[in-house]
Design a protein around this ligand. Sequence first.
Ligand code: BG6
Length: 288
Amino acid sequence: MNDNQNPPQLISFHGLPALQLRCADGAQAVITLHGGHLVSWIPAAGGERLYLSETSAFDGRQAIRGGVPVIFPQFGPTGPLPRHGFARTSAWKLEGIRQEKEFALATLTLDDDETTRQIWPHAFHLELSVGIGGDRLDMELEVENPGAHAFSFTSALHTYLRVAEVENILLEGLNGTLYQDQTKGNKLVRDTGVALTVEGEVDRIYQDAPPTLLLRDPGRPLGVHSEGFTDTVVWNPWEDKCAALKDMPARDFRHMLCIEAGCIATPILLEPGASWFGRQTLMELRNS
Ligand code: BG6
């Protein structure tokens, strides 16, 4: 039964076809078909929780800067594919929507086609589910191998969180975890801080990271939980690298922090007929 007073809507988001989910409790989300890209999440308590660059491209070709880009089948520049793979720049299909009073769920899919096979010769099926309700957002990525040959991939949900002032946040839960420091040629370092603070460029791939983290943004604590994804990337470009990004205002590094759930250090190998899934959950904790 769909007893929601706010049925899902197909909208235009900066000119891109998008889906707007709205729950009776006030929770909302917007997902563009370009990239299968979540560009907005407002929990029931109110207030946007995702960072989205106001100078991002929305041309249906380039990746959107902000929100939650889906990274597949290659994380970063390491490999033969365009940086961070092609899923974030591909046209996804809306597969289904469920909208009830207390939650809304959208499922989008992406399959291999002639263009993807030219640069990555594998059959694949991706399913992205985005569920909202109350103070919670669940994003789940499933990867299937419908082909006759095994393939391996790296992947991430590249979540850009909006923060009031990045120098005032604390990220708890990573103490004791090994990370590749991408600002230092992937040097392996063990995190020894009680909490991570951001006072300069941070670009770390935490390996076998703890599944539950707490982002303390004053007045707006957020729980970040992952399942299936083994690694966590924490990224803030800081002043110089942000200024060099043509699709992000120079000062905006102060208002974002990426906490990405990924499978990066050890690629996933999928045999024919096999599937894998990973999930990232965000939980607004203001009311708890
Ligand atoms: C992060 C990487 O995941 O993505 C960074 O760790 C990278 O190294 C960032 O700079 C943004 O990548 P892009 O391709 O969206 O500019």
